[in-house]
Design a protein around this ligand. Sequence first.
Ligand SMILES: Cc1cc2nc3c(=O)[nH]c(=O)nc-3n(C[C@H](O)[C@H](O)[C@H](O)COP(=O)(O)O)c2cc1C
Length: 307
Amino acid sequence: MLSPLAGWTDLPFRECVKRFGADLTVSEMVSANALAHNPKRSRKLYEKSPLETPYSVQLAASNAAVLAEAVRILNDEEWIDIIDLNAGCPAPKVVRGGGGSALLKSPALLGTLIETIKKTSSKRQTSVKIRLGFSENNGVELAKVCESAGADFVAVHGRTRAGGFESPVDYNAIGEIKTALKIPVIANGDIDSYELAQTVFAATNADGVMIGRGAMGSPWIFEQLTRNIAAPTNELKRAVVLEHFDAMRAFHGDFAVPLFRKHLHRYSKGLAGATQFRNRINHEESAAVIRELISLVFEGGRDEEAA
Ligand SMILES: Cc1cc2nc3c(=O)[nH]c(=O)nc-3n(C[C@H](O)[C@H](O)[C@H](O)COP(=O)(O)O)c2cc1C
């Protein structure tokens, strides 16, 4: 599965990972509040590519009535298969509003919100993405709340909120959750290679793995993970990056250039000339010039690390 990544996993990027064999893609986090109050403005965040079946939309919420309204709006979009609840986002703004990982401190509210989706949604499945806890690991208790409330599966980022994005991922704790639940459990956190994915499957007995940062700048990771093959050649990467950029322009119009910069920083990692490339694209507004620069940097051929 591709992780939901705010600011990254928009339609063009999800389309890209789908081509490399990701089984399930999830929208960026959509605020239930924003969706309920201005449905048109939020739509761009969760529009689906024809390649994305099945497709999941993630909602962040802290209020059951607002969440129900957001779910009713999504019910009209018959191409959505799953509604996912965000119970892991550590961002202070989201936590202050009582959503994301704040729900890990309120198991009763977490359960109520899942029940709300379950009884309001017309979709095939309801899922939840949690962390192991807010400050301490109480992942088993939290995951059981999700299951009892009717979640069809749960994805677990193997850190507490306090662990941020850098503390070691506790795969054993994900394994304990898997043992305690009957519904499928997806393991998440730091997985960026075939070997690590195999280790995580062995340690957790999870039903799937979810890849976030490992896919940024490497949408081909899904093919590597499923088929244990090497990363593509620079020539193929160049074609993928150009196609991704063209899809961004078609989807985001003039915003594509600034939005694509962070992707290009990731894509160029390790390439000869990456530093100059980044300096150029940081100030370049012309899509045609950016296309040329992409072609040139991938033509450089050698990886800096390998050189
Ligand atoms: C830039 C960024 C944006 C993220 N946005 C979301 C989000 O919208 N919803 C969510 O549930 N998790 C979000 N996460 C957390 C990831 O989905 C994932 O759980 C976390 O990065 C650990 O997995 P990884 O090590 O494979 O990246 C985000 C993480 C990053 C780095």
